[in-house]
Each structure stands twice: as C-alpha cells, then as structure tokens.
Design a protein around this ligand. Structure first.
Ligand code: NAP
Length: 328
C-alpha cells in the first residue's frame, strides 16, 4: 500500500529554503506542494524548480490551503513569531527555522498556542538530527571518554559587513548569537542535558546594535562547563570538542553540518563518517512528518522544552552583552 504524499507549504523561498526543497526530493512520501512569496515571480520560479503545484503571494492564503499538511518557515528571525502564529491559528503544523523566535517569551507564547490548537510545532535545528550525532550519543552513553567535564566550540566566518543583509540588520534580528551561536548553545545543552547554572558573556556590538563577535562561558552542575565563541569577524576552527576524564570526542569542522567525528582515548583514535542522503535537512523533515502523522504536538528530539532552554540561555547572554532589539 502506498502512503499518500505529505504536502509541504513553504514560506520564504530564499537561500536556506533551497536546502529544504532539495532534501524533500529524496523523501519518497513527501512533496513541496505550495510556495508563497511577497514577490510573485520568486514564488513561481521556486515552484517551477521544485515542481510545486501551487503558488501564493499572500501568507494568509497559503495557511488556509487545506491540501497542505505542514508549513516550513524560512524567513529572517524577526518574522518567525508572526508567521508561526498565523499558521497555528489556521491549524497548520509548523517546522520553523532557527531561532524559533527572537526571545523565550515569544517561544513560550507560541508553544502555548500550539498546545491549545492541538497543532505540531518544532524548531528546525537540523544538526540534532544528523546521523553523526546519533553515533556521538552512543559514544557518550557508553562512557568511553569517562565523565564529561568540558566543552569547547566555536562558529566563526568573516561575514561581509553589510548592515542591510539579515545577518547584520538590526530590524531583521541580525547578530551572530541568534544566527550562529545558537548551535553552540543547543549542542552544549544536548550534551549536558540540563540548563547552565551561570553564564558569563562578552561581545563586540555594531553601531546598529547587533553582536558581531560573542564569547561565552557557561557553568553547569558539578563544575562542568562549556565555552564558545561565535563570530562574523574571524574564520574559526568551527569544530565542537567534548572532553571527558578518559578522552575526548571531536565533532568535525563545520560541526553544525558535518558527517564526521573523531573519538580519542588513551588506546585508540577512531574517525567515523555518516554521509547525508541529500542536504542533511531530510532527517529533521522526516522527524517532523513522523510526529505529525502520529498526532504528536512536539518532537522528543527537539522538544519545546529544548527550544525554550536554548532561547532562555540566549536571552541571558543578550542581556549581559546589552543587546536588545528595538521591536522586542
Ligand atoms: N538551518 C540552517 O543551516 C540555516 C542556514 C541559514 C539560515 N537559516 C535560517 O533561515 C532563515 C532564513 O534565512 P535565509 O538566509 O534563507 O533568508 P533570506 O534568503 O534572506 O530570506 C528568505 C525569505 O525571507 C523573506 N524576507 C527576506 N527579507 C525580508 C524582509 N526584509 N522583510 C520581509 N521578508 C523578508 C523573503 O520572503 P519573500 O519571498 O516573501 O519576499 C525571502 O524569500 C533564518 O531564520 C536563518 O536563521 C538556517
């Protein structure tokens, strides 16, 4: 028996939406069904490229299309809150790009709404679904590197200083923490499985009040810690190292989208690889589809509590570095 195809609607056919649409092509029981853009020609071109059947020019039209099973949102962070709300109010399941919202209060409000509406909501933290992270989890659970005490990671590239681009643009919720540091935070939270007890952060802010270079030290229970730097100014190593009492695990450069990791103990050094089937987005898409088909309101891999914990950490960091958006 063939299962009916799962039909995705897309809000924001820009840069990252390409990775989503390409990933859908390797999922047999899913299709890109509809695309909405404020720019009619952009919607048509994207739909043609990925054989989507329908295009819209108004977001409010897409969310009431009853053929759509779920909506993927890939617009700049600032718009996530209002677009998720629009979808949830129309009863549409949502997979939304990271960060889910600009701050924890907005996320909490949307999670409450999703529950009240009985609708699925998930932040698209694709890294957590990559196969190599499953292998790293197996190493961690086996205790092969002993007790994990220290995490060290960075995420940095030299990003052209264009204050109109969403990376730097204050009105689009630009800044390196929400865009890149979110991965360092969310993987630290995943390794330790708890929230930090204290946080110390410092940053360089632009004249438009977005952070472009942020350094953070997070302390967890039993003296464990995680330190990271995220930057628009320097090209970092971009790996994520997990240090234990008997060895360490290195998740390779670029840790948020890698297929490789190395285990180092006193007796062995082992590098493994778990290549993607497509762009790597296929794993989070499959998880969202499976949860929605099972009638779940959230994923256990990126749960609402996980997203909220990450957002709360980022709120604390932003308050310490004095970075606040004028529209918050
Ligand atoms: N998972 C990942 O690896 C990854 C990587 C990069 C980005 N992201 C996330 O994906 C999201 C989108 O990033 P992107 O670089 O793909 O964005 P983008 O290409 O700059 O924009 C995507 C869409 O957002 C809408 N948009 C852009 N600027 C807008 C504005 N000033 N006002 C209203 N709408 C605007 C446009 O929709 P219309 O077509 O309707 O005009 C555009 O098609 C971000 O939240 C980012 O964090 C994730």
């Amino acid at each position: 028996m063939t299962m009916e195809k799962f039909r995705w609607g897309l809000i924001g056919p820009g840069r990252i939406a390409e990775n989503f649409a390409q990933a859908l092509t390797v999922i047999d029981d899913a299709e890109l069904y509809a695309v909405v853009s404020r720019n009619k020609q952009r919607a048509i071109s994207f739909a043609d490229k990925y054989s989507a059947k329908t295009t819209y020019q108004q977001y409010s039209e897409l969310v009431v299309d009853d053929k759509i099973d779920a909506v993927y949102i890939a617009t700049p962070h600032r718009f996530h809150y209002e677009q998720i709300k629009l979808c949830l109010e129309a009863g549409k399941a949502v997979l939304c790009e990271k960060p889910l919202t600009v701050n924890a209060a907005q996320s909490q409000e949307l999670m409450n709404l999703a529950k009240a509406q009985g609708v699925f909501l998930m932040e698209a933290v694709w890294t957590r679904f990559l196969p190599i992270y499953g292998r790293v989890k197996t190493w961690l659970d086996s205790g092969i590197i002993g007790e994990v005490k220290s995490l060290d990671s960075n995420f940095g590239f030299c990003v052209p200083r264009d204050l109109d681009d969403r990376m730097y643009n204050h009105d689009l919720a630009g800044g390196v923490l929400l865009d890149m540091g979110i991965y360092n935070v969310t993987i630290s939270q995943w390794v330790y499985g708890e929230n930090p007890q204290s946080i110390q952060a410092s940053a360089l802010l632009t004249e438009t009040d977005v952070d472009e270079h942020t350094a953070v030290n997070m302390s967890y229970s039993n003296g464990r810690h995680s330190q990271f730097t995220c930057s628009f100014l320097v090209k970092h190593r971009n790996d994520f190292c997990i240090y234990g009492t008997k060895g360490h695990i290195k998740i390779h450069d670029m840790f948020w989208c890698t297929s490789d990791a190395t285990l180092v103990t006193e007796t062995e050094k082992l590098t493994i690889s778990e290549p993607f089937r497509a762009t790597g987005f296929e794993y989070e898409i499959e998880e969202a589809m499976s949860c929605i088909r099972a009638g779940l309101l959230e994923s256990s891999i990126i749960s609402h509590a996980d997203t909220l914990a990450t957002m709360t950490v980022m709120d604390t960091i932003r308050s310490q570095i004095g970075q606040k958006y004028s529209f918050e």
